[in-house]
Design a protein around this ligand. Structure first.
Ligand SMILES: [Zn+2]
Length: 241
């Protein structure tokens, strides 16, 4: 049977021709799937609104001969899209999460990444925590699942656990005083504490931390994210050749 059913999170959509839409979905059991939804833009169809970014949907796919599967049916499981899109800071956080998930996954089953993104979007849609905290926590955990956690308790160059004084993105995390290049960003154990709290979801602690400290950690996490995603893209390009 060339059809299959799975639940999935809509990561991205773009319009095709007059009435169709191509949808990128991170599924629970089939990894990342790109599929076409035919005719969804012709009317204000309910079908179309189920296939908006950040919606969690039960989808029936038809596996045709082309590289794109076709979406035959879609039922909403988690209508998170509306509660996210209505708030600018939730929307920007969710967009970064969806883009990260898209880059970190492929057609291989990635249930851990799926479950992580599902929980983060649900939390965002309910406004459980400040969106920037949900985002940073998501990024730390997504990279941890991908095997790209920043090194926090040992020097990322020499492995020493002593005298960790700086964070250097292109070395992969904390470095000791001996390995730190001149001019590198100095950070202390309080910064490492925040990284660990994000990784383990210590929300009460995170909500009590000074905003400037959090902003500093956020900028290190964005730099870490950008560094790894660019490298991931390059390695994918390499594979494609
Ligand atoms: Zn070192």
């Amino acid at each position: 049977m060339p059809t299959y059913r799975d639940e999935g999170i809509i990561l991205r959509t773009f319009n095709l021709g007059e009435a169709d839409r191509i949808v990128t979905i991170l599924t629970r059991s089939h990894g990342k799937v790109r599929a076409v939804a035919k005719g969804v833009r012709r009317t204000a169809s309910k079908f179309g609104s189920r296939l908006e970014p950040f919606m969690v949907t039960d989808v029936q796919f038809y596996q045709g001969r082309s590289s794109l599967d076709t979406i035959q049916q879609a039922e909403t499981l988690g209508p998170y899209g509306a509660d996210i899109a209505g708030h600018y800071d939730r929307f920007t956080a969710a967009s970064v999460m969806a883009e990260t998930a898209e880059r970190l996954t492929d057609a291989e089953k990635a249930t851990n990444q799926y479950t992580l993104l599902l929980g983060a979007l649900r939390s965002l849609s309910r406004g459980e925590h400040a969106p920037h905290l949900t985002l940073d926590s998501y990024l730390m955990r997504a990279f941890s699942l991908a095997g790209w956690s920043p090194s926090l308790d040992t020097c990322s160059r020499c492995g020493s656990p002593e005298d960790l004084t700086a964070f250097v993105v292109h070395f992969g995390g904390m470095v000791c005083a001996t390995c730190a290049p001149p001019g590198s960003a100095r950070v202390g154990s309080d910064t490492v504490e925040i990284f660990e709290a994000l990784l383990t979801g210590q929300w009460d602690f995170l909500e009590s931390v000074d905003r400037r400290h959090l902003a500093r950690v956020s900028s290190l996490i964005s730099a870490h994210t950008q560094w790894h995603l660019e490298r991931a893209l390059k390695s994918l390009e390499h594979v494609a050749r």
